[in-house]
Design a protein. Structure first.
Length: 275
């Protein structure tokens, strides 16, 4: 049976539970886990998750799509169905993992919401567009998304998914991606907001180079010194290595005045309002 999605949800549903079983076998999800599913639809993934996880929280925005799942959930003791927009959902306070076939059009928004959480999931398994996955991996160059995610997660494409496995065949390559939480994050929890502010600012100045992007934040002499230390040259933000993004942020924390840091915070606020 083909389930027709609403255009606003932009979701391509999986047709076969056998595929879900195969994907779960290469994940690390087990009977000790609480698993969050985003965009549960009619439950092709949900029911398979309930077989292998301790508890499953299924989030579905569309009540019509979730109706059967809600009814079926009454018979499944480890399933909780929530009808809500994930972008407005409060993430769990307990340890958890995520396994989802998310709406491709809002993949970045979903991942950025997760990254901002104070309780990061131990692992995330997503069916997503290959192009988007590569942006989060920093291939071929670093992006705002990759620099934001890499301090916290090791990211790997576990395999390709044939497009014929979906109710509405996607026109792009689809992959299965793992985000594995690092044992120790490269950015301290208390510095995370400042780091996101810094990265968003650096990637959204519409300037040709890293040096030009930060010319109103670092002083002339500071930039001259940093340019030499980190060999910034004429590098674009996407050409700066992830390691050097981290080092540049550490320098920003130490040497930039609070007034200049406030400019970065204000920029991010306006940026978020536009998005």
């Amino acid at each position: 049976m083909v389930y027709h999605q609403k255009d606003s949800l932009s979701q391509n549903f999986i047709k076969h539970s056998a595929l879900v079983t195969e994907l779960l076998e290469v994940s690390d999800i087990n009977k000790d886990d609480t698993v969050l599913e985003i965009g549960a639809g009619k439950g092709i993934i949900t029911y398979q998750l309930c077989k292998v996880a301790k508890d499953v929280i299924a989030i579905e925005k569309d009540f019509d799509l979730a109706h059967d799942l809600i009814e079926e959930g009454k018979k499944i003791p480890n399933l909780k169905v929530i009808v809500k927009d994930f972008l407005e959902f409060n993430l769990p306070s307990v340890p958890y993992k995520i396994f989802s076939n998310i709406p491709f059009s809002i993949t970045a928004k979903i991942l950025h919401k997760i990254l901002k959480s104070g309780n990061l999931p131990k692992s995330i398994y997503l069916i997503m567009q290959q192009e988007t996955a590569k942006k989060f991996m920093g291939i071929p160059g670093e992006t705002q998304s990759s620099v934001s995610a890499k301090p916290f997660y090791d990211i790997e494409i576990l395999g390709d998914i044939d497009r014929t496995n979906f109710t509405l065949k996607p026109q792009v390559k689809i992959v299965f991606v793992q985000f594995k939480l690092k044992e120790k994050s490269f950015i301290k929890k208390e510095d995370k907001e400042d780091f996101f502010d810094f990265v968003i600012y650096g990637f959204n100045q519409w300037q040709p180079t890293v040096v030009e992007s930060f010319k109103n934040i670092f002083s002339y002499n500071q930039l001259k010194s940093l340019k030499k230390i980190y060999k910034l040259g004429e590098l674009k933000p996407s050409e700066l290595s992830f390691d050097n993004w981290l080092l540049l942020f550490k320098s920003y924390q130490k040497i930039v005045t609070n007034d200049q840091k406030n400019l970065v915070k204000i920029f991010r606020k306006h940026y978020n309002e536009r998005m």
